[in-house]
Design a binder for this molecule. Structure first.
Ligand code: ZN
Length: 219
């Protein structure tokens, strides 16, 4: 049965990159609420329109909207071995409690929470290099995860862009909102949370993540 992991950290902490590389190297499904939200916006559903208004103003999506999107996913979790990583969810204690309740009704629980610690300075530096495929949403970084050909997606050949919510003023706002909301969340998860220092090299960070997964060199 897939073990459930939660990746926490401010936008730009690199948790998404780690999740993506784990997906490629081991039996692992990544649930990115960011992708789910963008998909909902793209489909222009009622939920999607509400979400778009919040995102454009630089705010955070309300709990009830996120839970509404997460619930069908959790109920459909595979019985196969491997891991499911929730990337960027939950963000509030309210969400965490509802998530715990949801898992408990399914006889499940979170295996481990990983907190990707990063300063605003570091986040700004990282995000300024971030690019996303305009077609398939695969993410890159001009320094850390460059595409083979400049500004072209390795996966599908479409052009890479800077997302609206990767602009510096929006990033600052989101970082502050994230820190305000998650300070208390970290204490909620204290007994099952490992802190990853993301000011280190990508290699060291990856090693630290794999150690918490308890899979050593294998993955
Ligand atoms: Zn692509």
């Amino acid at each position: 049965m897939k073990k459930i992991y939660v990746f926490l950290g401010p936008p730009g902490s690199g948790k998404g990159t780690q999740a993506q590389s784990l997906r490629q190297s081991m039996d692992c499904v990544v649930v990115s609420t960011g992708d789910l939200l963008r998909e909902e916006i793209k489909r222009e559903t009622v939920l999607g329109k509400k979400i778009q208004t919040v995102v454009e103003s630089g705010g955070l999506v309300p709990d009830e909207l996120l839970i509404a999107i997460i619930e069908p996913l959790v109920s459909g979790l595979s019985q196969e071995p491997g891991a499911v990583i929730f990337d960027g969810f939950p963000r509030t204690v309210g969400q965490a409690k509802q998530f715990d309740q949801l898992l408990s009704t399914l006889g499940r629980s979170i295996e481990q929470v990983l907190y990707f610690d990063a300063s605003l300075e570091l986040v700004l530096e990282r995000i300024s290099g971030r690019r996303i495929c305009s077609y398939c949403s695969h993410t890159y970084h001009v320094v850390h995860v460059p595409p083979k050909q400049t500004n072209v997606c390795d996966e599908c050949g479409h052009s890479l862009i800077v997302r609206d919510d990767d602009q510096a003023n929006v990033v600052r706002k989101r970082y502050q909102a994230y820190c305000d909301q998650t300070a208390i969340l970290r204490s909620y998860y204290e007994d099952r949370c490992a802190v990853i220092d993301t000011s280190q090299s990508l290699k060291v960070i990856t090693r630290a993540v794999l150690d918490t997964f308890g899979c050593g060199n294998r993955c």
